[in-house]
Design a binder for this molecule. Structure first.
Ligand code: G3P
Ligand code: CA
Length: 400
């Protein structure tokens, strides 16, 4: 993704830090929203998992075609010590293991060999769960090995996607970290610039750090892991091994971002799927986002974007002023209508946001009906992201 000028200037001013830290923003003041940079990592959570069966080669390929910066791969280990890409510790949710091996309850990954897992269909469940997005090709998807997943991402480099690999349940799989390093070496991925390893397990990350000190490691946090902890102390503590943090999205606010950035840690929340959530997190300064909808985050980042809602003001009986703010030069289209769906009675006007006015645009609508509810919306160019609201005009001047 291209950087905007402001972020380039910020980066150039902190050349004392190693290259990999240059993309970090300067800490913002408490009252400031950070200008949204385009240097944001789009991390395809389990691949393009809203569009195809998670953690399959098909969903990895779709994520790359949608221009993900990273493809996320969840790891478990088979009975014969092979790393495979699957999220759960059991095979039941995302494969037909129950059908093929009816007597092998509870169908734990660690109780099956790779040869057995190879016989499973890892895509039909998706077709059943998502009939509108079902594709015949998904029924042919299998559970990939880590090696296959890496080769897929590396060979399918439409958009130069990187790898973002999670050691899942490492305590269940002794020796998992050594195997990860072994596969990364075998596939020539260990020294890739675009490689992150992530885990909820600090122990697993510390082990990876001991094995390969240059790895970029992301400490994940679920809803409970920060409870009762002083955030700055916690981030200072982990900064001896971590390169960034991956918190559950609802933990992320300006305080967390400030603490992370002061400790030179990137912030990659998960799992962010709506454009409204994406914009809120971007506006407070996250460095990337895990998403099942790669296309939606790419859409936001590729085009100028409304970063600060749309507000109405100066409402009279016949007029209103609408305001909004973008992150760069853009034509903003405002629409206003008495129809919630904007199918009838809609008036549209366009105004230009520019640097001279700090990207704030306002526009006045006149000749409105008194005492009437109006809906409004605004969007930039061809971006799918839209902000909306409503207001009621004042009663007519001489009415009661
Ligand atoms: O890896 C970030 C996020 O994926 C953690 O949650 O359960 O989807 O692996 P999960
Ligand atoms: Ca994950």
């Amino acid at each position: 993704m291209k950087k905007n000028l402001l972020v380039c200037l910020i980066c150039l001013s902190i050349t004392a830090f190693p290259y990999s830290v240059l993309a970090l923003p300067l800490p913002s003041t408490d009252n400031d929203y950070r200008p949204i940079s385009n240097d944001i990592m789009v991390i395809a959570h389990r691949g393009a998992s809203n569009y195809g069966p998670e953690n399959t080669l098909s969903s990895y390929r779709q994520a790359i075609m949608m221009k993900a910066d990273y493809v996320e791969i969840d790891l478990q280990m088979t009975k014969d010590g092979q790393l495979i890409a699957i999220h759960d510790e059991t095979l039941t949710r995302t494969t037909n293991a129950k059908e093929i091996f009816p007597n092998r309850s509870p169908w734990r990954v660690k109780d099956f060999t790779l040869e057995e897992i190879r016989r499973l269909d890892a895509g039909s469940w998706f077709n059943k769960a998502n009939p509108k997005q079902a594709r015949v090709e998904y029924t042919k998807q299998h559970v990939p090995t880590l090696e296959e997943a890496i080769e897929c991402v590396k060979q399918y480099r439409y958009g130069n996607a990187g790898l973002y690999i999670e050691t899942k349940a490492p305590s269940v799989y002794p020796g998992m970290e050594e195997k990860v390093i072994e596969v990364l070496k075998k596939t020539n991925a260990l020294d890739d610039r675009k490689l992150f390893l992530e885990s909820f397990s600090e122990q697993s990350l510390r082990k990876l750090k001991t094995l390969e000190p240059n790895l970029k490691l992301i400490q994940l946090y679920n809803r409970n892991m920060l409870a009762g902890k002083e955030i700055d102390q916690e981030f200072k503590r982990i900064s001896d091994y971590a390169f960034g943090v991956g918190p559950y999205k609802e933990l992320v606010g300006r305080k967390l971002i400030k603490a992370a950035h002061q400790n030179y840690l990137l912030v990659h929340p998960w799992t962010v799927n709506s454009q409204n959530e994406m914009v809120s997190l971007l506006s407070i300064g996250v460095d990337g986002q895990f998403t099942n909808n790669t296309d939606r985050l790419v859409d936001l980042l590729e085009k100028p974007l409304i970063t600060h809602g749309v507000a109405n003001g100066d409402v009279t009986d016949t007029s209103v002023i609408l305001w909004t703010r973008t992150n760069r030069d853009a034509n903003v289209q405002f629409e206003i209508s008495t129809d919630r769906l904007f199918k009838t009675n809609t008036i549209a006007k366009t105004s230009h946001a520019d640097d001279k006015h700090d990207f704030i645009v306002s526009i006045e609508f006149i000749h409105l009906k008194p005492n009437t509810k109006y809906f409004y919306r605004a969007h930039v160019g061809s971006s799918k992201y839209m902000v909306t609201g409503s207001f009621r005009t004042a009663p007519a001047e001489n009415s009661r």
